[in-house]
Ligand binder design. Sequence first.
Ligand code: PRX
Length: 690
Amino acid sequence: MAMATSAAATAALSCLLRAGKRSCLPSARWGCLSSARLSSGVSSYGQRGSGARSLRGNYRELWERAAREPGPFWGALAREALLWDTPHHTDCEWDFAQGRVRWFLGGRLNVAVNCLDQHAQCSPDRVALIWEKDEPGTEERITYRELLEMTCRLANTLKKNGIKKGDRVALYMPVSPLAVAAMLACARIGAVHTVVFAGFSGESLAGRINDSECKAVITCNQGLRGGRVIELKKTVDEAVESCPSVKCVFVAQRTSNKIHLGSRDIPLEEEMAKEASVCAPEIMDSEDMLFMLYTSGSTGKPKGIVHTQAGYLLYSAFTHKHVFDYKQDDVFGCVADIGWITGHSYVVYGPLCNGGTTVLFESTPIYPDPGRYWETVQRLRINQFYCAPTALRLLLKYGDEYVKKYDRSSLTTLGSVGEPINHEAWQWFYDVVGEGRCTLVDTWWQTETGGICIAPRPSEKGAEIVPAIAMRPFYGITPVLMDENGKMIDGNDVSGALCIAKPWPGIARTIYGDHQRFIEAYFKAYPGYYFTGDGAHRTEEGYYQITGRMDDVLNISGHRLGTAEIEDVMDEHPAVPETAVIGYPHEIKGEAAFAFIVVRDDTPYPEMVTKEVRAIVASKIAKYAVPDHVLVVKRLPKTRSGKIMRRLLRRIVTGNVSDLGDITTLDDPSVITEIIDTYENYKAKNSTLK
Ligand code: PRX
């Protein structure tokens, strides 16, 4: 299917675009960027208030138009909101059966130019980044001009060391201006970054580097989080031992500790200082890869989700502006780590494309005390504050005083992301943090969607916000619910599998190196639709409420983990022939992992094995992946064909033993009482399971 831009659609978007008249026209030219686009360019934000107001009144009409004809809708926006070398000729081509989506075909641009140069030319001294370092009160501000120069020096350093267009570069860094510059330096020269969250183990890092065949790694000597030192370079050293593709490791200095540099290590800042502060941008096709980011699925190893240039950039910038009502000179505070998609879209690409000021939060919500977020809000005068429910659940336990002692009058919009937000946390965020006067948006989206897909805003002017639900599809997002037979469910007050019927610019394009897996994971279950993996309820009013994952993917503190991924590494223990990992509700983390393991009969100390398997998970995946409970059982409940019935284990742990469902396929029903007894004994000794 192909979509072409129509004049009518362009006209209909005029109110939307009025919000975006460029407040300053760039005068100079860079490289081969077209002067025509420069002089008629339109930025993606407008004067305080104007854009959001005109948009809100037209939400339904715009949503319907975008849903009917996504191509022309986004095509017109892309032309106006992004800075192009060559404008696109075809808005969109898509075929969900083949897992194929392409946006803005024929268009050529550079993402770093959109995020930096255009703003550095208009307002070089505007603050791009506020680096909220681990120690409170030591923040640093980086202007657009400084960030552009840092990015160019870093880009030239990469080029000098043989990194070129299409090469993959792994980033294993703390949240910092250099990390942002590294992402943008890759974008500038056409290299593909894959940021690996700096809490992952060496083995996880190696797996990602090898899967994407990275040529280089960028890291720091050490990291700092919550007052603790994190040995980043040591982990990278461990990882690259088994990564033959890595030719060099760039090492930045986050702390003053000197560390030994080996033959392939390059001191990053030293080398950057020798390079020029300008670097001609590589002009990229809209559909060239921008980055990949690994995320867990229900089976196999984490998958490298691929995002491309123009569509991702437009979608992250546009959602950033309209969901949060971001206006020029606002300070946007998204406290996510850049190792996750939230950090990519709403710390880096969205805000910077919009010429915004974005906060880089290096610390934790409880360092040095549970008032850290709100003290930061006061000190940096943050206007939009975006965080995860797990942090809110943790903080509300410490009481309101930690919030109330700081001035939060700068706040206008609050946002939540990553997992379902419970009513208590939503209400506390709204009443206590936001003093009942801020807009609070629960935003649903995924690594694969590139940006927010369902959120209470934008909406009709002044429309209600129902607590703790994501509510309204963003422009161009067409949610549908499916029943078990793959049929679309009509009407309201219904629940089903959440799918999306039509493409939007931010949708992932493939899984790196395995397009077939991409098709299987997202387009097979409901032919003709993108399947999110989540279930949802459509309320009587027609709003969407996400009910959680429908597959074997856990969401621990807002981070995805496949149960199979944990089981696979636990099974590596020689005394453990079998494991089954399930998720259960957890007060703070939202969900936690519970592992049932079978230990060989001849194992002298089964208790030791439970400790060892935990250590294996920490070293092979990450500390946050370690199950909260590891229980040794004699055997697991299996069907006659040998499939583990995890559903039964889940019901035992959640106390639903009176309703075990259909157990006719169970090989030996006596296993149930056996496991219940073992579990009850364990629970009696474990206060955390009450
Ligand atoms: O299950 C949904 C949950 O997080 C999953 C996506 O995880 P990830 O790709 O790591 O991206 C997280 C940050 C965008 C989804 O499939 N999820 C995300 N946001 C929400 C949510 N569940 C309920 N409500 C949300 N607002």
